[in-house]
Design a protein. Structure first.
Length: 451
């Protein structure tokens, strides 16, 4: 990207800005994917000078060379409240002084969705957005509302101020190497694509287990729970990508059309045994933040079905949870066993696995001959080991998505229609909630033992 960028981060002192945006911004500068004469403007209530904010961002980056890039670029801090129009008048003055006309301007809303309307309203009052400002882009993160109704309201409100092309719904899972690899492996390898349908596939499992608790996100998480936090956004997005048909052209609009077709056909399997759980120390953790338990699930194993003819009858399991034995993540396709009589022992189903954690590998498991005992089969792994080939420092999801926003590419973002449809699935599950008892599990339990 040759053009300097100006990122205005609403919530510039928050966890997201610190953990994700600052490291990604510095890495893009370091890799020369962003010119050093770019700008980052942080906005939040606490008082800080530009120099202090620069130090705050430097402190968020671990690599010495990347720290130097933050030191060398233009960092500004604007203390102010989102409710106060004065904050936005000062922002306008600052942007005039920077002269954004020949730069790419991105508003990154790294704050609760409850502020989106007021921020957009104020930006519009100082003529910084509005449907005529084609050059401006706006990005924001999940949660995209807290129900289907609120997500629809949020979209309606944003579209008063921005055109749809300007709005980027960030689901950083879609920029993860593994998830992008689903897209590539599936759509560009006929051998994989042709194997993905009900005749060959027995089940699909998507698992994202974490070993940590809710930590500083307790306030948000206690209202949301595992299903709204992870399944509504990341897991349903990944599932719909995995089950979608290959369009005749791999353009963002056509891929989104196919994903939406899948999402509209997703339903909760009402006959399945769903599991909701909560780790034992959750209540104690909440108390340290002055919060009360609301019976929130910190673990969910949910079964869905896809009513599209291609996927009818295939079992779909989505699982996610906190304070589990280990951090692991994968998207697994388990194939049906072959319909053939034979005398070999140890036959296992074929599996195609996209690993997220601990390593971003792609693995195919096949039955081959055991070379020592010829009456046995050996479950062989054919592995694409990303780190073995490319080393550990490949480009991170947030670097990719910041670049995608600047380049105006929408392949790796969720559409508003998809988001609303994912809420529909979650609300279908909510109807079953009262019939599912909450299981209490010991901290660091292996997730397969939670039943
Ligand atoms: N953290 C993550 O890894 C992550 C991942 C995915 C999605 N998200 C989403 O991203 C958003 C931000 O998350 P976060 O974890 O960064 O939250 P956070 O740590 O609570 O940060 C919120 C930011 O907004 C500022 N702020 C709050 N109220 C304000 C107001 N009235 N006026 C001006 N500034 C205000 C805060 O600073 P002051 O207190 O100084 O004002 C802070 O900079 C949330 O919607 C979250 O769900 C976060």
């Amino acid at each position: 990207m040759d053009k300097p960028a100006v990122f205005v981060v609403f919530g510039g002192t928050g966890d997201l800005a610190k953990k994700k945006l600052a490291p990604a911004f510095s890495a893009l500068l370091y890799r020369k994917q962003l010119p050093l004469d770019s700008h980052l403007i942080g906005i939040a209530r606490r008082k800080m000078t530009d120099a202090e904010y620069k130090q705050f961002l430097v402190g968020a980056v671990s690599d010495e060379k990347m720290k130097k890039c933050i030191e060398a670029t233009n960092i500004h801090y604007l203390p102010g409240n989102f409710d106060d129009s004065e904050t936005f008048s000062r922002l306008r003055e600052l942007l005039n002084a920077i002269d954004v006309r020949k730069k790419s301007l991105v508003f990154y809303l790294a704050t609760s969705f409850k502020f989106f309307e007021i921020i957009s309203q104020h930006l519009s009052e100082v003529s910084l957005c509005g449907r005529t400002r084609k050059d401006v882009k706006v990005a924001f993160e999940k949660p995209f509302g807290e129900s289907k109704k609120s997500a629809k309201e949020l979209e309606k409100c944003l579209l008063k101020f921005f055109r749809e092309e300007q709005v980027f719904h960030v689901d950083h899972y879609l920029s993860k190497n593994t998830i992008m690899n689903i897209y590539i492996t599936k759509f560009l390898n006929p051998i994989v694509y042709e194997s993905l349908h009900r005749e060959l596939v027995d089940r699909v499992e998507i698992v994202v287990d974490e070993d940590v608790g809710v930590g500083s996100r307790a306030g948000y998480y206690n209202n949301a729970g595992a299903i709204k936090d992870m399944i509504q956004s990341h897991l349903i997005q990944v599932l719909s990508l995995l089950l979608s048909d290959r369009p005749d052209e791999l353009s963002p609009a056509k891929i989104s059309e196919q994903k939406l077709k899948v999402m509209k056909s997703l339903h909760v399997d009402k006959r399945a045994r769903h599991v909701l759980g909560q780790y034992k120390s959750y209540k104690r953790e909440l108390k340290s933040f002055g919060l009360e338990d609301r019976g929130t699930e910190t673990f969910a194993r949910v079964w869905l079905e896809c009513h599209l003819r291609k996927w009818k009858g295939v079992k779909i399991m989505l699982q996610t949870g906190k304070k589990l034995e280990k951090k692991r993540g994968f998207i697994k396709v388990v194939y049906r066993r072959p319909q053939v009589r034979h005398a070999f022992k140890h036959e296992q189903p074929n599996e195609l696995v996209f690993h997220l954690y601990p390593h971003e590998n792609v693995e195919l498991l096949l039955n081959t001959l055991n070379p020592i005992e010829h009456s046995n089969l050996f479950h062989s792994s054919f592995l694409f080991c990303k780190e073995c080939v490319f080393g550990p420092n490949t480009i991170d999801a947030y670097q990719i998505l910041l670049l995608e926003i600047l380049n105006n590419r929408k392949d790796l973002f969720a559409s508003s229609k998809e988001i609303i449809e994912a809420w529909r699935v979650v609300e279908e599950f909510d109807e079953l909630r009262n019939s599912i008892p909450l299981v209490y599990y010991k901290d660091s339990t292996p997730s397969e033992k939670i039943a």
